[in-house]
Design a protein around this ligand. Structure first.
Ligand code: NI
Length: 179
């Protein structure tokens, strides 16, 4: 197995520099808060069931928003982290030429499902992390749409990792109190 600690640190440094001006929505915390939480979900489930490529999953978790939110390029990711990580991050990135949130999500989910389970696991971990109490300014409508989107992800991304899938279903049930 590759040295996970070194891969984690390299990906965190890259992400930390790329996301340096970004904060977590509804918080003043630096965006690394979100990325480290997603990586943490992956590390914890590896203890539960070490049945997947941890190096791929952890690097993808840390880098998953770099193409969508920063000036990072696919080529840069491929050169620094390899083709599998770059492909995974690309699948987790919404296609900006599509119109409508739902269409973008469906397209991304299809591309995620065409790759190995690690990519879907990062999407599940991402949504688990994001299903905390919503920002106070979010309308009832927005909360409802966010919940619907989480249900869609939960229904579409199956066969990835049983524990993570069950954890997302639990988080969805918990989120209903905010809607
Ligand atoms: Ni994310």
């Amino acid at each position: 197995m590759d040295n996970i600690q070194a891969l984690y640190q390299k990906a965190m440094k890259f992400a930390g520099e790329k996301h340096r001006n970004q904060t977590v929505p509804g918080s003043t915390a630096n965006y690394l808060l979100h990325l480290s939480n997603v990586a943490m979900e992956i590390l914890v489930i590896y203890i539960e069931s070490p049945s997947f490529d941890l190096a791929l999953a952890v690097q993808t978790a840390i880098l998953h928003d770099t193409l969508e939110d920063t000036d990072a390029t696919y080529e840069e990711l491929e050169e620094q982290f390899g083709m599998k990580v770059a492909e995974a991050v690309l699948a987790l990135t919404k296609n900006p030429t599509l119109v409508g949130k739902r269409q973008k999500m469906e397209d991304s989910v299809n591309r995620i499902n065409a790759l190995g389970p690690e990519v879907g696991m990062v999407k599940l971990a991402d949504r688990i992390t994001n299903l905390q109490a919503p920002p106070a300014h979010w309308s009832q409508d927005k909360r409802g749409r966010y919940l619907d989107e989480a249900v869609f992800i939960s229904e579409q991304l199956t066969g990835k990792h049983a524990y993570l899938e069950a954890r997302l279903r639990d988080k969805i049930e918990g989120y209903r109190e905010f809607v």
